[in-house]
Design a protein around this ligand. Structure first.
Ligand SMILES: [Zn+2]
Ligand SMILES: [Zn+2]
Length: 446
């Protein structure tokens, strides 16, 4: 019978054999964030709709077209988070985290939901890793965030990634820039797409990242924000560049980057991959000094970034990068007959208590099929238990890689016997294990 329920458009399953790729990326981002002093925050999957309208901005595509909103009883509506920052800031304010000493540094790993046209690299449910730093206005903080992304890219082994940098100023210098943009686009009003005609009044900055080719052509000669920065914003941008130079991080100033969301001030940046075409932004972020106040907190400078994990994985795969392989079974217990099967259960439970990864037959296969299965799951060792092994209390332990066989006790000596074999095998095959052992001198404890 065919399954008549299918995975929703724009969603993905991560099948068990692919999960190790996600684990690789997740462990790199977690460990790197921890090194910079970031701690994890976990927030609800949905929030009151007003949170996103106020923070992301009511003129953005995200809020106007892409949110999954449901109404509950009463007049409240809730929305599945379209990004991670708004909910994180809400939680930081609500839990009084800003009173615990500044700066506060938090990271999140979560899924986001946007009702977008499904296409390659654009999903309706997608996953993000993001960091937020709250309470520092210094350009050193901006450089620190970029440095964190930079080291993550390096550790993942991503190539052909370019850092694009811009400052979009403070509300003061942006007001002047807004006027200049309006004056520039006004003569072209009739040629603009309907959305941009509307944006021209409310938020002309958004015209710069319109996806329509006609509008992009018109925007080509538009004035640049970098020519409108006030003294403080200029000094901040220079401070950031100086810190990046100290850290040896290369960048390109790209005055076309404005970021899609309304809450950004001053620094905006994108890490762009040249390997996955027009969807090439693998990480974007910037400063949002006004956001905490907008959401009802006391005025606090803040900044952050978010990284699309699906895009990172696509890029890693297209570049043939290596992932950390998942652990495989240490010992498979093959058995013949009911008594032997019971022995396998007993041995497995003893060995698991000692931390070994052990499996045995659960589907009633014959011996040959059990051996095939052990091979398929890449078991390092196999023991075959039958009547004669039960009687003698010893069995052959087979190293599946070398084919070598040794006798081991099925009684009290089992763990010592297996442990000795396992130790030898790890010494000869696992470099990390060997250098760990070598750090203790001769390693054999003799
Ligand atoms: Zn300014
Ligand atoms: Zn447009």
């Amino acid at each position: 019978m065919a399954l008549n329920v299918k995975r929703p458009n724009g969603t993905q399953d991560v099948v068990p054999n692919e999960a190790y790729k996600w684990h690789t990326v997740e462990s790199v981002v977690r460990d790197s964030a921890a090194q910079f002093g970031f701690k994890e925050i976990r927030i609800p999957t949905f929030e009151e709709t007003g949170l996103f309208v106020r923070s992301v901005g009511d003129t953005t595509d995200v809020v106007q077209k892409e949110m999954y909103t449901v109404s509950s009883s009463g007049d409240k509506t809730y929305t599945l988070r379209p990004e991670g920052t708004a909910g994180t800031i809400r939680a930081v304010i609500e839990n009084g985290i800003l009173n615990e000493g500044l700066p506060q540094k938090v990271f999140y790993l979560l899924s986001c939901f946007r009702h977008e046209k499904a296409q390659k690299g654009r999903l309706r449910e997608f996953h993000q890793f993001g960091c937020e730093m709250l309470g520092s206005a210094s350009p050193a903080a901006d450089a620190e965030m970029i440095a964190l992304v930079h080291i993550i890219m390096q550790r993942l082994g991503l190539r052909n990634i370019e850092l694009n940098l811009n400052s979009i100023g403070c509300p003061e210098c942006r007001a002047k820039y807004r006027e200049a943009l309006k004056a520039y686009f006004e003569p072209h009003r009739a040629e603009l797409c309907p959305t941009c005609q509307e944006r021209l009044e409310k938020n002309p900055l958004r015209l710069l990242d319109c996806k329509s080719a006609e509008d992009q052509a018109i925007a080509k000669d538009a004035p640049l924000i970098t020519d409108y920065l006030c003294e403080e914003c200029s000094a901040h941008f220079e401070g950031l560049k100086k810190n990046l130079a100290i850290m040896g991080i290369e960048y390109t100033v790209n005055p076309r980057i404005v970021r899609g969301l309304d809450y950004y001030t001053r620094t905006v940046f994108e890490f762009i991959s040249s390997d996955i075409g027009s969807q090439g932004t693998v990480c974007g972020g910037g400063r949002y000094d006004g956001l905490i106040e907008t959401l009802g907190g006391k005025p606090t400078p803040a900044l952050g970034f978010a990284m699309g994990l699906e895009r990172i994985l696509l890029t890693l795969e297209s570049q043939g990068c290596e992932f950390i392989e998942e652990k495989t079974c240490d010992l498979y217990l093959a058995s013949m007959g009911d008594k032997a099967a019971e022995k396998a259960v007993e041995i497995a439970s003893r060995m698991r208590e000692e931390g070994f990864f052990v499996e045995y037959d659960l589907v009633g296969r014959g011996l040959k099929a059990q051996m095939k299965y052990a091979d398929k799951i890449k078991a390092k060792y196999v023991v075959v238990i039958g009547d004669s092994e039960l009687e003698s209390g010893t069995a052959k332990l087979k190293n599946m890689a070398s084919g070598e066989q040794t006798d081991i006790s099925l009684g009290d000596g089992l763990l010592d016997d297996f442990g000795a074999q396992y130790y030898e095998m790890m010494l000869s095959t696992d470099e990390e294990f060997r250098s760990f052992v070598e750090s203790f001198g001769d390693g054999q404890g003799e």
